[in-house]
Design a protein around this ligand. Sequence first.
Ligand code: SAM
Length: 258
Amino acid sequence: MPSGSLEDLPQLNADVPWDEFNPADYISHNYRTVHPVDAEIIAIVRDHFSDHFRRFPGRPVRGIDVGAGANLYPALAMLPWCEEITLLDRSKRNVGYLRDQLDSYDAHWDAFWYELRKNGRYVAYSCDPRERFRQIVRVEQGDLFDMAEREGRWTLGTMFFVAESLSTSEIEFRQAVECFFHYLEPGAPFAAAFMEESVGYEVGGRYFPACKVRRDQIHSTLKSHTRELRTIPVGEQDQDKVRDGYTSMIVAYGFRRT
Ligand SMILES: C[S@@+](CC[C@H](N)C(=O)[O-])C[C@H]1O[C@@H](n2cnc3c(N)ncnc32)[C@H](O)[C@@H]1O
């Protein structure tokens, strides 16, 4: 039995034992192979980024993945466009996992790179992604709520399954979204993913809290920070849901409002 229960979960982000998040268990449940829903997400995100950078080539790009956890595919999606990528996470164990991946990331991530290469702009990228990942990615342990002095520092951003999956508080959900956009330069392209109506999730025998947000709440929360916002449900055809306790996944993309 997992320890803890949904009823006795800590409510706020600061009360959650993030250092007990088990990256190996999280990966074996979510990212050992490419699930169809992740292939859908990857297709949307890679096409958004490649469309943008086709129109605006040659600018130095600084990317950030907020709440990166044990997921490398948002960083891989940003890789061809970036001169540096920051992976930010609060959990010591997730940060340890990410640091261990820097030198030569694990072979199962190659299948995610293969999905990205279904877009010709990623095929045209001539670098070895593993080598490039080692060169430009830096991992930072930190609290996303706590970086006010770095407004507009990044020019490309991702935040996958974080804002709604860090506490039960809708206020913290909205604050996390606000912080994410705060770090991005006006006009910066972004992609984010959310669980709709999530009741929390289990990793390695421990429950972690989530905030139940509907698609219209996600859309309206992001709207005031963005332009050309799209929010798209994904994974609706899946018979077996990859992750438990949610109704669907939502991918959001667009640009930070100028
Ligand atoms: C559900 S996991 C999502 C991980 C990953 N982005 C993915 O796509 O699977 C939520 C992540 O948010 C991180 N997190 C929670 N609160 C945070 C905070 N205040 N600042 C930064 N990261 C945080 C957790 O450590 C965890 O890695």
